[in-house]
Design a binder for this molecule. Structure first.
Ligand code: ADP
Ligand code: MG
Length: 622
């Protein structure tokens, strides 16, 4: 007796559906892809209960006529390709012609669609995988797909769904991804009846990013534009101080398709390796464009993975794309000494060599910047510009690991010789209002004032924390409550988590539909005055909000990230003009630190340039 059954269509579809439609977010993905393929400029996504009870996607695309509306539910029914060769030239998101068939197999689905030149639209309903009805209806141009009771007929799959909140989060983060890569489309996202995201659809990617993530994140982004062997990379990458606790905001697209790519991820890590702590992930939006033939998108039913014909090119493309954009600025600072006034008036540069002093002899003593010094200064700048700082020592040292749960103080740095030498060295001047120049017998030191202060504050905050319990945390009352505008997504997050914010010392209340009033911010340091200066309190608040939103870390982790944020915010910034006394005091405080070599984010706090390096450059010695 024959044992092989040819499965009936319904069973076959249900199996297929399992591959394509794994969870509610897969439905959203397929439907939005279809809207984009239909050239929609406006796409509205509504969902209830994490998408399990309802998903509706409405677009203003070109719609379907009645014949196509009937056909679109058939497995392998697609208008996008005719033969297999076409998939290498794809400009559409879909092509497999299995999404609608799959969704119909595992939910109740209704499609209402109308083409522009038609008077009436078509409504098609499927229930439990079976056609229920076709009718003529009044409709706007475009397509509205409504999906209800997902997996109600597939209990095994239903069982694997997560909490509504988790499924919701998947949907939100997918829509964010799609909205960024399709800035020409105005997206609206409505969750349980409430609009939580809206993008302008003006074609500008940065505006889309701004609409979703707000000012702070957008301001940290540097534009990427790079090409290697005919493969292009565009997009944005954050400067290394803007990091996340996970990869959730590292977006990679290939030919406008959001993908996961181990190669790209490895290249991102490599690009930021020297400047970001372990387990911290800078935000980036990387759009890779590969000409036909260089990539196979047909390796994954949900098209979430792609196969590159040459992984190593992709690696180098991403690596150099990011490095050129993000770290170019740093080298510009060193490599482009401006001829007129290389230093601010208030920050004299002394070029005469004087004896290193001991701590006790640190008298405020200013030399004046004269014309005669200018040539010498230029020389110094040129040396610096050509000097490739030997950071290998710093890099190769074990970076401070992510502090463990309660233990925020890292291992003390074992080699103190450089910091001791710096501490005993002599003040020379300032560069670009950003670096403090110090000189010892045989070395020049450049101290990054921001990085150094950040380290000092980071350790101070951390130490203080040991002696603090929940209630003792200090809070800084603001003189005038700050009204802060938030995105709808952020607003809903703050509303849901307001107690947590209060617990951490933010006195914050709902002040309007998309506004909160901030009355106090947490502080844990004597650096109140710095804090006031820096701390636009609203910036502090939104920064912490971002951290919490993305990471949902354990409580103590959250406190740690709060301290890190506070340290960074309170620190002296590059270009803040500080006095010589402040510079010297900063260096003494840095000397006290457990790890004086890195800021809270792992960047070096100072670099050392040996005199012999200069002598070599001037060919005094070989
Ligand atoms: P695919 O997108 O792979 O072609 P789908 O099952 O997603 O397969 O859709 C089948 C067909 O239905 C599409 O090729 C397209 O012609 C039509 N279609 C689906 N959604 C829409 C829409 N929102 N607007 C216009 N046409 C659509
Ligand atoms: Mg499709």
């Amino acid at each position: 007796m024959s044992r092989i059954n040819v499965l009936d269509q319904k069973t076959a579809n249900a199996i297929k559906a399992g591959e394509v439609i794994e969870r509610p977010v897969s439905v959203v993905k397929e439907l939005v892809d279809n809207s984009i393929d239909a050239c929609a400029t406006s796409v509205k996504i509504e969902f209830d209960n994490g998408g399990i009870s309802l998903i509706r996607v409405s677009d203003n695309g070109f719609g379907m006529d009645r014949e196509d509306a009937e056909k679109c539910f058939l497995l392998n029914a697609t208008s996008k390709i005719k033969t297999i060769d076409d998939i290498y030239d794809l400009t559409t998101q879909g092509f497999r012609g299995e999404a609608l068939a799959s969704i119909a197999a595992c939910s109740d689905i209704t499609v209402v669609t109308k083409m522009e030149d038609m008077k009436t639209g078509t409504c098609i309903e499927y229930e439990d995988g079976r056609l229920k009805g076709i009718s003529e209806v009044a409709a706007d141009t475009g397509t509205v797909v409504t999906v209800k009771n997902l997996f109600a007929n597939i209990p095994a799959r239903y069982k694997f769904l997560k909490r509504d909140a988790t499924e919701s989060m998947y949907i939100c983060s997918l829509v964010e991804k799609l909205a960024i890569i399709n800035p020409q489309v105005a997206f609206k996202l409505i969750k349980d009846g409430k609009q939580i995201l809206s993008t302008p659809g003006n074609g500008n990617m940065k505006d889309a990013i701004y609409a979703i993530y707000g000012k702070e994140l957008t301001a940290s982004l540097v534009e990427i534009n790079y090409e290697l062997d005919g493969i292009k990379i565009k997009g944005f990458a954050a400067n290394p101080s803007y990091v996340r606790g996970n990869r959730g905001m590292q977006y990679v697209y290939v030919n406008d398709r959001p993908i996961k790519s181990a190669v790209a991820t490895a290249a991102i890590d490599e690009a930021y390796k020297a400047s970001v702590m372990k387990h911290k992930y800078p935000v980036c939006v990387l759009c890779i464009y590969i000409p036909a033939g260089g990539v196979d998108v047909n390796v994954h039913p949900q098209k979430a993975e792609v196969k590159f014909s040459d992984d190593s090119i992709i690696f180098r493309l991403v690596l150099h794309g990011i490095r050129n954009a993000v770290f170019a600025q740093e080298s510009v600072v060193l490599s482009a000494p401006s001829v007129e006034k290389p230093v601010a008036e208030a920050t004299p540069v002394a070029t005469a060599v004087s004896k290193p002093h001991t701590l006790g002899s640190r008298q405020p003593e200013r030399s004046t910047y004269t014309q005669a010094d200018a040539g010498a200064t230029d020389n110094l700048l040129r040396i610096l510009s050509e000097f490739k700082p030997d950071v290998s020592k710093i890099e190769n040292e074990d970076k401070p690991e992510e502090p463990e749960e309660e233990n925020i103080i890292e291992e003390p740095a074992t080699d103190r010789s450089d910091i001791d030498e710096l501490y005993a060295s002599e003040f020379v001047g300032f560069l670009f209002s950003t670096y403090i120049i110090m000189q010892s017998d045989h070395d020049v030191f450049l101290v990054d004032q921001h990085a150094a202060h950040e380290r000092v504050l980071y350790e101070r905050f951390g130490k203080k924390r040991e002696a603090m319990d929940e209630t003792q945390r200090s809070v800084q009352e603001l003189l005038i409550p700050q009204i802060i505008d938030l995105s709808t997504a952020d607003m809903s997050f703050v509303t849901d988590n307001i107690d947590r914010f209060k617990q951490f010392g933010f006195d914050v209340d709902i002040a309007g539909d998309r506004q909160v009033a901030l009355r106090a911010v947490p502080i844990a340091t004597k650096a109140e005055d710095r804090l006031k200066k820096m701390s636009k309190p609203e910036v502090f608040f939104t920064q912490v909000l971002e951290d919490l939103k993305r990471e949902t870390p354990a409580k103590s982790q959250m406190w740690i990230s709060l301290i890190q944020t506070t340290a960074c915010k309170a620190a002296i910034k590059a270009h803040d003009v500080i006095t010589k006394e402040e510079a010297l005091s900063l260096i003494s405080q840095l000397h006290e630190c457990n790890d004086p070599y890195h800021c809270a984010h792992g960047r070096p706090t100072f670099i050392k340039i040996p005199e012999t390096d200069m002598e070599k450059r001037f060919k005094r010695i070989v």
